[in-house]
Design a protein around this ligand. Structure first.
Ligand SMILES: Nc1ncnc2c1ncn2[C@@H]1O[C@H](COP(=O)(O)OP(=O)(O)OP(=O)(O)O)[C@@H](O)[C@H]1O
Ligand SMILES: [Mg+2]
Length: 408
């Protein structure tokens, strides 16, 4: 398998295909410019890495999975591929035309269902659909900025700051902006924004990672009057989502291609899900308060992120509820952190709590120190965004660099 072949336009791998289907597909691929079939694996279990390695350099990666030999294992394998490697598209190949068989394969994540004997035109049409979808995505690519918010501990103000920044970017900055409530259960963002809850959450969207497009996304969004969009967290207390970190990364990459800014509201701690978000982010905002546990945790976060290769400039330390008469001086905090505080947001309890209780966020037009701090932040972000192409490239490369580091 030479390098030239591996860098195909369309890379195809068969899984448990009967001889006739495999030969037909090999023949079809021979007639499609830039299409290469790499082989036919003879079992379903534990082959995902092998598939991805083989198709690594192909622009469009397709797996033709025979659903006849062992339907249950074929379904499992499709689900695993979808969850671990959403960029690989699965096509089911089967002799069964019953609706239940087709629905089961599509639910598992197949992009196409091909009946045996496989027809040339059906295969070519299916490949064209997948390529068109990829192209559409590339065309609409904005590669916006993803900013992940994480609290040094619970209750430091992550949701309050994330949503006010997102609102400011949407309202004043006039940017296409999305707030993602990444809490696995019972996040507060939709409550604070007063949008009401959505029946489906970010995780349900991520579960459809291989079908992601703007039309699908629309069904999952909540809208705020400001123009800000929101992806909600699950409503139930005991929600389990089963979405892998790789799928979270893939979903955020798609969202960054759709919005100028994606603001992610995470629970405290560097969980796998949060690290997946960070790996797609240009900036991590660690929200802390002037208390010892909060300072200590921030130091640990910074150390951890630095070890993983995140540059100091991409880590934003936000001191929330700031007051000059606070229990710890800014000097002491900065000494402990070994770096400067990036932004101070004043303690404005009455304003913030009123905003939360009424679902009416503070507007930067109001005379408010809190609003002014958020306005300054949004201004800095919008004035460094997208104008300088080389910089955008450098930041997105650093985000991908992070991805590599995180996935080690
Ligand atoms: N700048 C501020 N001034 C005063 N109070 C604030 C400020 N920011 C947040 N608060 C208050 O802190 C409390 C917690 O805020 P918030 O829910 O945003 O924190 P969180 O970090 O998202 O919490 P959780 O860990 O539960 O997700 C709220 O009562 C809010 O009013
Ligand atoms: Mg919160």
């Amino acid at each position: 398998m030479g390098t030239v072949e591996r860098s195909a336009r369309i890379g195809v791998m068969g899984v448990c295909l009967d001889t006739m289907s495999y030969e037909a597909l090999s023949h079809f691929m021979g007639g499609i410019p830039g299409a290469v079939i790499f082989g036919n694996l003879d079992h379903y279990v534990g082959i995902e890495r092998e598939i991805v390695r083989a198709l690594d350099l192909a622009q469009t990666r397709i797996c033709f999975i025979d659903y006849d030999r062992n339907t249950e294992e074929a379904i499992w394998m499709t689900e695993r591929l979808r969850s671990e490697y959403p960029d690989v598209h699965s096509f089911a190949v089967s002799s069964y035309s019953e609706p239940e068989a087709i629905i089961a394969a599509m639910r598992a994540g197949c992009a196409e269902y091909l009946l045996k004997p496989v027809q040339h035109d059906r295969v070519v049409d299916g490949l064209a659909r997948v390529e068109a979808k990829q192209k559409k995505r590339a065309r609409s690519t904005v590669r916006g900025k993803v900013i992940t918010f994480v609290g040094s501990k619970g209750g430091t103000g992550v949701t309050s700051l994330a949503l006010h920044l997102a609102l400011e970017l949407a309202r004043e900055g006039k940017r296409k902006c999305l707030l993602v409530d990444q809490h696995p259960a019972l996040g507060d963002a939709s409550l604070y924004l007063g949008t009401g809850r959505h029946q489906y959450s970010f995780y349900e969207l991520a579960s459809n990672a291989d079908h992601l497009d703007e039309e699908l996304l629309r069904g999952f969004l909540l809208h705020h009057d400001s123009g800000l969009d929101l992806l909600d967290s699950p409503e139930s207390v005991d929600a389990t989502h089963g979405v892998s970190p790789a799928t979270v990364e893939h979903t955020l990459a798609f969202l960054a291609d759709t919005y100028h800014f994606v603001i992610v509201d995470c629970p405290p701690g560097l969980t796998d899900g949060t690290r997946a978000c960070i790996s797609q982010s240009e900036q991590v905002a660690i929200v802390m308060t002037a208390e010892l546990p909060s300072v200590r945790n921030t130091v640990r976060y910074i150390e951890h992120l630095s070890k993983l290769g995140y540059s100091s400039s991409s880590i934003h330390v936000v001191l929330n509820r700031h007051s000059k008469k606070g229990p710890l001086s800014d000097d002491r905090i900065e000494k402990a952190l070994g770096r400067e505080i990036s932004l101070r947001v004043p303690n404005s309890y009455n304003e913030v709590i009123r905003a939360i209780n009424t679902g009416a966020p503070i507007s930067s037009g109001e005379k408010s120190d809190f609003g002014a701090a958020i306005h300054k932040w949004a201004y800095e972000l919008t004035n460094s965004d997208g104008n300088d192409k080389s910089k955008a490239l450098a930041t997105s490369q650093s985000a991908y660099g992070m991805k590599a580091l995180f996935s080690r």
